[in-house]
Structures are given as C-alpha cells and as structure tokens.
Design a binder for this molecule. Structure first.
Ligand code: SF4
Length: 108
C-alpha cells in the first residue's frame, strides 16, 4: 500500500478563506500554500493529518475531509499535487476521492 493511502487530509473552502496565512504558517509539513488569489490550498501529497490548520483557521474554512460538506468537496481549486504521483500513489489518490466523495479535480 502506498504510504499516501494512510491519510484523510483536509478540505478547504476557499470562498470562506480570508487569506490570513495562519494555516500555511502552522502546518509542520508545508502542506498548505496560498494560491494566486491568496486563498489557502492543500498540497495533497504532503498532508500527514496533523490538523493544526483546522484548529488555527479563524473562519473555519478548513475541515477534516470526513467532516467537510459535499459542497466544499465539489469546489475547484483547493488542492493540487506537489509532484507527479507514482502509479501506487495515483491509486491511493483515486481511493481517497472515492472514500470521501471528493468530486473536485486537482488544481493545475
Ligand atoms: S487559516 Fe483559514 S482564513 Fe487563514 S489562510 Fe488558512 S484557510 Fe484561509
């Protein structure tokens, strides 16, 4: 099993995000960044379920994936890959999407 199959990760509602940068600063794995619009974005392959971002966000824009709304899961732009995925990792990604009902595609 790919190591990346272990993690639940987070869902970010970029419409709620106020671009404060607190989540980016607190993540111990550098799994979050601000995108070109200044909104928080998850780097999917870097998340290790630390969840300090969920706690630190002042507007509750970040949820554990299992607790995110279907609407948030369907919005575009809130996650991307930090590097090309191996075939095993691609499989882990597909399983994560299916398990949590993620309908949004990764950002380019
Ligand atoms: S902590 Fe919340 S409001 Fe601040 S940048 Fe991160 S997601 Fe946006």
């Amino acid at each position: 099993m790919a190591e990346l199959a272990k993690y639940e990760r987070v869902v970010i509602d970029q419409d709620t995000c106020i671009s404060c940068g607190a989540c980016v600063a607190t993540c111990p794995y550098q799994a979050l960044e601000l995108d070109d619009n200044g909104k928080s974005r998850l780097i999917w392959d870097k998340c290790r379920d630390d969840y300090s971002c969920v706690a630190v966000c002042p507007v509750k824009a970040i949820s554990k994936t299992s607790e995110a709304t279907p609407e948030a899961k369907s919005k575009k732009g809130w996650y991307r890959f930090g590097r090309p995925l191996s075939p095993d990792e691609q499989k882990a990604y597909e399983e994560w999407k299916a398990k949590f009902g993620i309908t949004a595609p990764p950002a380019a």
